[in-house]
Design a protein around this ligand. Sequence first.
Ligand code: NAD
Length: 290
Amino acid sequence: MKIGFIGLGNMGAPMAQNLAAAGHTVTGFDVAGTVPEALSAAASAAEAASGAEVVITMLPNGAILRAVAAEILPAMTKGAVLLDCSTVDVASARAVAAQAAEAGLGALDAPVSGGTGGASAGTLTFMVGGDEAAFATAAPLFDIMGQKAVHCGAAGNGQAAKICNNMILGVTMIATCEAFALADKLGLDRQAMFDVVSTSSGYSWSMNAYCPAPGVGPESPADRDYAPGFAAALMLKDLRLSQQAAEDAEADTPMGAAATALYGQFVEEEGAGDKDFSAMLPRFAGKGRD
Ligand code: NAD
């Protein structure tokens, strides 16, 4: 397949390389000028998009996605598919999909989970919004870049699924960390706490698969001094997207709002943006009641 790939950062570069290694012809563009060797380099986003059957974008946010879409949609071949894998706000995803449809193009929003490790290993999970025909076109590419692609419905639903999942994750991680910090102060051993909670009704992915206590549970960023993993700054980005969507949809999300405020403080006032999001545990453990 002839593929254009725009946004070749930490995630985009390895995803594009996996597509090229699988035999696809990939033309790449990034404003930073960084194009991996396995790709042919385009001089602009429009040039990367022109003549491609699928154009993949992996960009920082919705405003940049909208700007890139305005540039590439007129350059794309009728019937081609714009596959946006960035994490962006639901409204931008839906606006870009509507513009693509008007131009006679397919569009999918397909944010990922799995991080840079999953991008390199080709084991990402894609949460996909958009129509069935576009999903069928992109399916072989999902198989190369990932291990699972879930079609969540119409345009924007991939982003909706991603931010709802990550809102649960942010909230449960905070709850797990504050419970560990309370257990410490009550003299309860962390291993005993894990042994009980991981097999009781307080269990969650945060406790069982990604335990924030070093040396307890399966290996996790806690065992590497909280090097990410999933950086607190990225968690904050996703939580803010969830609150923006909740406001637009008039949904009541008090726990999501509390998690957003706490990660905001952690990242912006306490300078922990580049730490793993599970570093909330040493943060709580180091604090008493104000
Ligand atoms: P990144 O900052 O490393 O990469 C983004 C790239 O986009 C950069 O190389 C930048 O130069 C390029 N770019 C910016 N504006 C551009 C433009 N107008 N035209 C072309 N290129 C442009 O970020 P990343 O970690 O690769 O993340 C990309 C997306 O994936 C984000 O939306 C992020 O939220 C999401 N995501 C990241 C992770 C992760 O662990 N890093 C996990 C899941 C989802």
